[in-house]
Design a protein around this ligand. Structure first.
Ligand code: PHE
Length: 344
């Protein structure tokens, strides 16, 4: 009898009814007129007087437990029921819907596109999986030229060079697609993701984002390039931001340059971001090489143009002082939430 009571005790302690019907079955099973407790008391009558002394106490405690459990559960079911009907206040305001925020890279991309839109640039896009022609050959990269290695390409198919398929290493491939598909003048901005086989660290990643700019028309000069980029920098980083151009090399532009801006963090005094030089590089640019124009069927005697390419991560780092590139692709909400107020 003792072991039976022990078993029933655990059953009662674990009992968690979901409906009022389940609770009622519980009552009938344990407390009903033909229930378990009644049976136990009947059994009790037959035990020896010595056992009675011990068992009597146990049995009474068990009965109390069952009754208590039943009254407690009944009460909680009743209050639940009241709430779900008459006591509901339907005039209370609903719980708010949380909106997500834009990714910082999207915010900056949008801002850049908007600045150039004011100068008449349209947006164009191209594929991330590219052939050799669009990523290299049409852009005047000679075969076996070390400049191809410069970009640490991820090849998908590698044969002779001409049939190679790769993940694009820069958005300059979109320039080629755009110029092949239409006729000058061209004035376009080409945002997109690019890939390079680099070890992932705070300063490098195997993919990042670029925005390419292209302007082709009659009589386009380096002065146009400088003025366009100068305007862009004033709009993005505020008036008074200085720019400087340093000679550089890209196979598809001649002459080529890299553009620096006065450090946005220390304003030129010297800090970690600008490595104490007061200047930070933000993009590569140049006049489109006549060979490239000819490769896409544009008369290089009649037309000229400029192009530039910038990394969105770099521009964003400068704007928000982010020091680790990996934060952009980790999707850590603690990082992303900080840009929520900038919802546009
Ligand atoms: N494609 C070059 C790069 O990825 C940038 C660039 C674009 C330079 C257009 C000149 C003109 O480094």
């Amino acid at each position: 009898m003792q072991s039976k009571i022990d078993l029933y005790t655990t059953e009662i302690q674990r009992f968690e009814p979901k409906t009022a019907e389940e609770l009622e079955s519980f009552r009938i099973k344990f407390l009903g007129t033909k229930g378990i407790i009644k049976d136990l008391f009947d059994e009790f009558k037959a035990v020896s007087p010595e056992e009675k002394r011990v068992l009597g106490k146990v049995l009474n405690q068990f009965k109390q437990l069952a009754e208590q459990k039943y009254t407690d559960l009944k009460e909680s079911f009743e209050t639940k029921q009241e709430k779900s009907s008459s006591e509901q206040d339907f005039t209370l305001p609903g719980s708010g819907m949380e909106l997500g925020g834009r990714h910082p890279l999207s915010l900056v991309r949008k801002e850049i596109l908007e600045i150039f839109k004011r100068l008449g640039f349209v947006v164009a896009e191209g594929p991330e999986i590219e052939d050799d022609w669009h990523n290299f050959s049409a852009l005047n990269f000679p075969e076996e030229h070390p400049a191809r290695d410069m970009q640490d390409t991820f090849f998908i198919k590698k044969n002779s060079g001409k049939d190679d398929i790769a993940l694009r290493t820069h958005t300059s491939s979109v320039q080629v697609r755009l110029m092949e598909a239409g006729k000058p003048p061209f004035r376009a901005l080409m945002p997109g993701r690019v890939y390079r086989n680099e070890a992932i660290s705070a300063r490098a990643h195997c993919f990042f984002h670029q925005i390419e700019g292209l302007y082709v028309d009659e009589n386009v000069s380096f002065a146009d390039l400088k003025q366009t980029l100068y305007y862009f920098v004033q709009e993005l980083y505020g008036e008074g931001t200085k720019v400087r151009f340093r000679p550089s090399f890209f196979p598809f532009t001649e002459p080529s340059a890299e553009m620096d801006i006065s450090c946005t963090i220390c304003k030129g005094d010297g800090c970690q971001m600008c490595k104490h030089s007061g200047w930070v590089e933000i993009l590569g640019c140049g006049m489109i090489d006549p060979n490239v124009l000819e490769n896409v069927g544009i008369d290089s005697k009649k037309y000229s143009g400029f192009a530039f390419g910038m990394g969105i991560e770099r521009i964003t780092n400068l704007k928000y002082q982010i020091k680790d590139l990996r934060l952009f692709s980790e999707n850590d909400v603690r990082f992303l939430k900080q840009f929520q107020s900038e919802l546009i």
